[in-house]
Write a protein that binds this ligand. Structure first.
Ligand code: DGT
Ligand code: CA
Ligand code: CA
Ligand code: ZN
Length: 567
């Protein structure tokens, strides 16, 4: 769809205009971009019917610009804006704490024109000397640069998975076999590029792939591999192999590299050679396996290893000893344990949320609106919690699914909770979370959280490190202490399934499991479409070696209520 391209150009225009300190125009562009981006219909249809102005927020000026993008494939206005300011300033503005005003000032005073010159200026201690900036701002900018370098070129799962799924659906009729490979198959937290493996008529598959509507540019096209850049910038590789070596290729291109290196060594030690074509006997070069993955692992003397575990973190030894975990699956999940309604910052009513969760086949969903001190998110006070109770009761009458009346209570700076204890005790489920004062010393932050645990009122500690991938570093805590205290106080730790959080990450989740701490999954939904994030949370749980019994969302409603009462 061309919608994405138009939206991206409008976002860029908005950012460039903000550099120019124009007040209302950027907002109009940004609003139009958001509308166009979220429309189900292709705006090409509007263009053909000459009714683009029926779209909300599109007047004459924006209509003309959309037509230009559709007809010319570019927008002259944006090109002009880019002549006025270096386009690299858009990258500078991606650093947290740098808005258009700051970017402009850095440009005017220090000639900062792109990410590279920003880094140079910060490292040369030049930024701290600008009036009104200081050491602290420079520190923050340096930290932001560091974080962006880590994520650079990587994408969030919700940006990539739907795209890969539609692509596979589109290619399926041309393929004998087709599968995701690479980090996407391993459910990694972020994705570098999409790897797809197929067998079938190669020239037909490669042609279909290159012709796909969401392909922006074909980078390399060959008989065995074609690489493209999709609209929005995600790269995708399609590899086509013979059916006889599909399993070997799938194993190879699923990775991880670390897992493969280890596996290849084991093959050598046992007198084999392992590559993307198969497993071969070293003496006579005879192929002993390769059509499917299972037979390769079997010949090497181990159980088949689920892709999420293939990181060379002990899975090979476990597979040899038949000690791999029985990983939790999406179908084991009976409910969602974090979501927000329109009582705080969610967009849907409690009934709408309940209905959507019911349609997903859940037994229950916890409504966990924010508490009072989170004013930006419309946090609830004691009175409002009681009013909300009425609405939960009446929504419950309309539903088969069970609603849990809950809260995401703020843990304040001193470790106390942002709600009186009696009210908290009256709720079905209490999530505790840190939403402010992220930059405390590690000892203080840890104590703040463990103090909150020892009130005995917190059932689940939500998004335990507070990270937002590509936007905010985790706050500094001693995770071993947190896990220990969670164990002592029977607090459950959350894997937040929102693709930008995925927090706990898989390593911390595994550490928690090893120490006997239970995990809960919550999508943190603020709109109905977010309820679909559950699969990303399950992916992290699996990467963390978690089994069904480690995750409280696999409990039935009665079991869950008993558990919450007894803990
Ligand atoms: P990404 O794309 O950065 O999120 O991570 P991956 O794991 O998808 O990596 P990618 O796309 O570079 O390659 C896909 C898989 O192909 C990778 O997981 C393992 C395999 N592979 C690629 N290059 C090598 C290599 O040099 N050695 C080995 N053993 N395997 C490789
Ligand atoms: Ca990849
Ligand atoms: Ca790749
Ligand atoms: Zn939260």
């Amino acid at each position: 769809m061309i919608n994405k391209k138009v939206a991206d150009i409008f976002y860029e225009v908005a950012d460039m205009l903000e550099l120019d300190e124009i007040d209302f125009k950027p907002r109009a562009y940004r609003r139009a971009a958001r509308t166009i981006e979220s429309m189900k219909e292709d705006i090409l249809e509007y263009y053909k019917n000459e009714n683009l102005r029926d779209i909300e927020g599109i007047g004459k000026a924006l209509e003309e610009k959309i037509i230009e993008i559709i007809e010319e494939g570019r927008l002259e206005y944006l090109n002009d804006l880019k002549k006025k300011y270096p386009p690299g300033l858009l990258d500078v503005m991606k650093v947290p704490d740098i808005g258009p005003k700051t970017a402009r000032k850095l440009f005017d005073e220090l000639d900062v024109s792109d990410f590279k010159s920003l880094k140079k200026a910060a490292e040369a201690d030049e930024i701290s000397k600008i009036k009104g900036f200081g050491e602290k701002t420079q520190e923050k900018i340096l930290r932001g640069i560091d974080m962006l370098e880590k994520i650079s070129g990587r994408h969030l799962l919700n940006e990539v998975l739907p795209l890969a799924d539609s692509l596979i659906e589109y290619l399926e009729p041309d393929a004998e076999m087709i599968e995701k490979a690479g980090s996407l198959r391993r459910s990694k937290e972020t994705i570098g590029d999409v790897d797809i493996l197929a067998s079938g008529d190669s020239s037909k598959l490669m042609d279909s792939f290159s012709d796909y509507a969401d392909v922006d540019e074909v980078l390399v096209k060959g008989e065995t591999k074609t690489s493209v850049r999709m609209l929005g910038g995600v790269q995708a590789d399609l590899r086509v192999v013979d059916k006889e070596s599909f399993g070997a290729a799938l194993q190879y291109f699923t990775g991880s590299k670390e897992h493969n290196v280890e596996l290849r060594q084991i093959a050598i030690d046992q007198g084999y050679k392992l590559n993307e074509y198969g497993l071969f006997s070293k003496n006579d070069e005879k192929k002993v396996a390769g059509e499917d993955e299972e037979s390769i692992y079997e010949k090497l003397g181990m159980d088949w290893i689920p892709p999420e575990l293939r990181e060379n973190r002990g899975e090979i030894e476990a597979a040899r000893n038949s000690e791999l975990p029985q990983l939790v699956e999406i179908d084991d999940i009976k409910g969602d344990l974090q979501c927000h309604s329109d009582w705080s910052d969610g967009v849907n009513t409690i009934l709408e949320v309940g209905r959507a969760a019911q349609e997903k086949g859940y037994e229950y969903i916890a409504i966990t609106d924010h508490s009072e001190s989170l004013t930006v998110a419309g946090g609830l006070d004691k009175q409002e919690i009681q009013e909300r109770e009425e609405e939960i009761r009446s929504a419950q009458e309309e539903l088969d699914i069970k609603l849990l009346s809950g809260i995401e209570v703020d843990i304040k700076k001193d470790g106390s909770l942002d709600m009186d204890h009696e009210t908290l005790e009256g709720l079905d489920i209490v999530l505790g979370a840190v939403h402010s004062n992220f930059r405390m010393e590690v000892e203080d932050q840890t104590k703040r959280i463990t103090d909150a645990f020892s009130t005995g009122l917190i059932d689940i500690f939500a998004h335990p490190t507070g990270r937002k991938i590509g936007e905010r570093e985790p706050y500094k805590v001693d995770m071993r202490e947190i896990v220990k205290s969670a164990k002592d106080n029977s607090v459950v730790l959350e894997i937040n399934a929102s693709p930008q959080r995925l927090d706990l990450d898989s390593l911390d989740a595994r550490e928690a499991k090893d120490k006997g701490v239970l995990i809960s999954l919550g999508t943190d939904a603020h709109g109905l479409q977010h309820l679909d994030f559950m699969k990303y949370g399950v992916g992290i749980a699996r990467r963390g070696w978690l089994e069904k019994d480690d995750v409280i969302n696999t409990l039935s409603y009665e079991e869950l209520i008993d558990f919450l009462k007894e803990r």
